[in-house]
Design a protein around this ligand. Structure first.
Ligand code: PEP
Ligand code: MN
Length: 264
């Protein structure tokens, strides 16, 4: 398989606006769960940049568990992200949920995100495989490592070599946390595949007070970077408020990530 180390022994490196994902320096992606307003996303983007982060995350097309919850601003949200990129020079990453929307989302973003719920949406994977933008493929809620790598294979097989894997927690019997961040996946994926792997401790544990220790753990396990949810006022965030960090907590996390990575 194209995703396997046997096929491609060297690590895949992905250059996004001058930052090299997999290049040794930990990649920090941060932003709100949902893009809310221009003012809000620009304020957050400036905080990401000031803390030394590399990419701004933010959902414009949101896969909400309830159809009555806020579904995202759609293309308007992508425009807001593009303004935040213009003001900071940082790259942007946002989710695409439908094959029909890949062209539109790819016009705006630096990295296309495939959400956990779509890990095995094969028509969508084929479509992002034809796009000329890197893709971050989140692990499915009950996806095995083998299924996840095969999902990556769908993208690679269409000619797109730039796939980043994101461990975002899996469903287990444990109910004390939202999901269970599978740290095992980090070294296992690295032995099986050349693709970079990042961890998402925000969705992985689901409670803001535990996000920083799990970011540290992910980096200690060898992850190439982290993606986290941040907001100037987490309690007011339109989605995923309980797992969202404020700017002080985010700066502390970045500090820890950089220190641990440098010590490895
Ligand atoms: C998100 O990144 O906000 C998101 C919806 O993540 P996941 O697909 O991992 O649930
Ligand atoms: Mn979220």
């Amino acid at each position: 398989p194209l995703a396997s180390r046997e096929f491609h022994p060297e690590n895949t490196l992905i250059n996004v606006r001058g930052h090299l994902i997999g290049g040794g320096k930990p990649t920090i992606m941060a932003g709100p769960c949902s893009v809310e307003s221009v003012e809000n996303i620009v304020e957050i983007a400036q905080a990401v940049k000031a803390a030394g982060g590399h990419l701004i995350r933010g959902g414009a097309f949101k896969p909400r568990s309830s159809p009555y919850s806020f579904q995202g601003h759609g293309e308007e949200g992508l425009k807001m992200l593009a303004i935040a990129r213009e003001k900071t020079g940082l790259g942007i990453i946002s989710e695409v949920m439908e094959p029909d929307k890949v062209g539109l989302v790819a016009e705006y973003v630096d990295i296309l995100q495939i959400g956990a719920r779509n890990m095995q949406n094969y028509p969508l994977l084929r479509e992002v495989g034809k796009a000329r933008k890197p893709v971050m493929l989140k692990r499915g809620l009950s996806g095995t490592i083998e299924e996840w790598l095969m999902a990556a294979e769908y993208i690679l097989a269409q000619g797109n070599p730039d796939v980043i894997l994101c461990e975002r927690g899996i469903r287990t019997y444990e109910k004390a946390t939202r999901n269970t961040l599978d740290l095992n996946a980090v070294p296992v994926v690295q032995s099986l595949s050349h693709l970079p792997i990042v961890v998402d401790p925000s969705h992985g544990i689901g409670k803001s007070e535990f996000v920083r220790p799990m970011a540290r753990a992910g980096i200690a396990a060898g992850a190439t970077g982290v993606i986290v949810e941040i907001h100037p006022n987490p309690a007011q965030a339109w989605s995923d408020a309980a797992q969202t960090l404020d700017f002080d907590e985010f700066r502390a996390l970045v500090d820890d990530v950089n220190r641990i990575s440098a010590a490895l």
